[in-house]
Design a protein around this ligand. Sequence first.
Ligand code: BGC
Length: 458
Amino acid sequence: MDREGEKLHRDQFGDTFKWGVTTAAFQVEGSCNADGKGPSIWDTFTARKGRIKDGHHAGTACDFYNCYQQDVALVRRLNIPNFRFSLSWPRLLPSGTGQANRKGIDFYNKLIDSCLENDITPWVTLYHWDLPQALEQKGGWTNRDIVSWFSEYTHLCARTYGDRVKNWIVLNEPMVFTGAGYFLGLHAPGRTGLKNFFAAVHHAVLCMGEGGRILRSEVPDAEIGTTFSCSHIDPWSSKPRDIKAAVRADALLNRLLIEPVLGLGYPVNDVPVLKGLRKHFKEGDEEKMKFDFDFIGLQNYTREVVRYSLLTPYIHAKLVKAEHRNVPLTTMKWEVYPAAIYHILKKFEAYPQIKKIYITENGAAFPDTMKDGKVDDPQRLQFIRDNIAQVLKAREEGCRVDGYFIWTLTDNFEWAEGYHPRFGLIYVDYATQKRTIKSSGKWYARFLLGQNRVAEVL
Ligand code: BGC
C-alpha cells in the first residue's frame, strides 16, 4: 500500500464533493426487444458476425431492466450517494422520433423514483451510444437532421423527468462514438472513413450545444454537463518529431470535441486535416456549437505514449501500445498509470471557460474470480485508491474538480470486448445474474462512510 493510499479519507475532499458510480443503458439493461423498445445500432452491430469478441451480445446483459431495484439497493448498500446512468433513446422513442413508448417512459420513472426513495441522486446521461437504428438508416450521426432528432428526444426526457432529475449529462464521450463508430468501424454502426467521421463530429458538437440549451430552458434549476474521454499523452522520446506527434494526438483525442463547445473552435492549427470539418458548417454554427456548461465531465482510464509515424495517414503519429512498453496492464491492455488523472485534471483546469470538473468515469478491468463465494480484487482496489489520491492532489493544488464517479457498478457488456473485461465493484455471474460485492466495492463503501464512522460489515 502506498503512503498516499494509506492516509486517504473522504473528509479530505470536503462536503460539496460528489461521490458516485456510473453505468450505461446498453451495457446493463438487456431486454432489448421488451415492452416496445425499438432496435438500437448496438443491437444491429452485435448481431453482425465477427464484430464482438466470441459473438457475445447484450440481449440480457445484467438484466438491469428487471433487476434495477436490487441494483439501486446495492448502490445504497455501498453508501454511494450519486448514481449516473443513461437513458436508452430507442426504449423511449422506438423510431427515434415521433410516438413515445409508454412502457419505456415508465421504466425510467420507476428507476428514478427508486433512486430518490433510497436517498440516491440520479445523474442522467441522455446519450451513451445506443442510437435508434431507424435513425442510422437515415444516416445517423452523419445526417445534420440529427440535431433536430436529438432536440426532440432531449425535450421529451427533460419534460418527463426534469421534475425529479436535476443533474444532466448531454453526451457520453463523443470522441469515442464518432471515432470508433464512424471512422474506425470498431463500434456501432461500424462505419469508416474521414467523411463519415467529420460529419459525425460536427453534428455531435452541435447536439452538445443544443442539448445544453434545451435542458437549461426546460429544467432551469438543473446542473448541466457533458462528458469527454481523455488520456494523458506523453511523447515516446524527447526528439522534436515525437513531441510534435504527441501534440497532434492530443489535439485529436483530447481537444477536438471540447474546444468548439468552449468557444475555441476546432484545433485546426495543430491538425490541419481537420479543416475538412468546415465543409459541414452552416452559417451561425460557431455560436451554436458553444454552450456554457455548469460542469465538464472528464473520463480517464490511462495514459498514451505517442511517437512520430510517417505511415499513419493524416496525423503522422501513432500510439505505442502499452503491451510493448513493459508496464503494468489491465485486462483491456491499458497501462496502469494513476498519475494520468492528475495530469488530465491539470490540463483541463487550464481552460478558464470550464467552471467545474467532475470525473464522471474512472476504473479498471482485471481478471476477477470467485473463490469460496468471495471476489478479492486487490488490483482494482489499489487502482481506485491511487486514482482518488491523484484527484485529491490536484484538488489540494486548487483544481476545480468536485466529483468522482467510478466506472462501474456491476460487471457488464464491454462493447466490442463482450463480457470478458470485468470493470464492476460488484461481480456478476451471468448464468444466474447473482451479484457479489468485490473487495473493491467493500473498500469504496467504507471509504464513503467518512473518517470516524464504523463500516457496516458487508
Ligand atoms: C465508456 C464506457 C466503457 C468504459 C470502459 C468509457 O469509454 O463510457 O461505456 O465501458 O469506458 O471501456
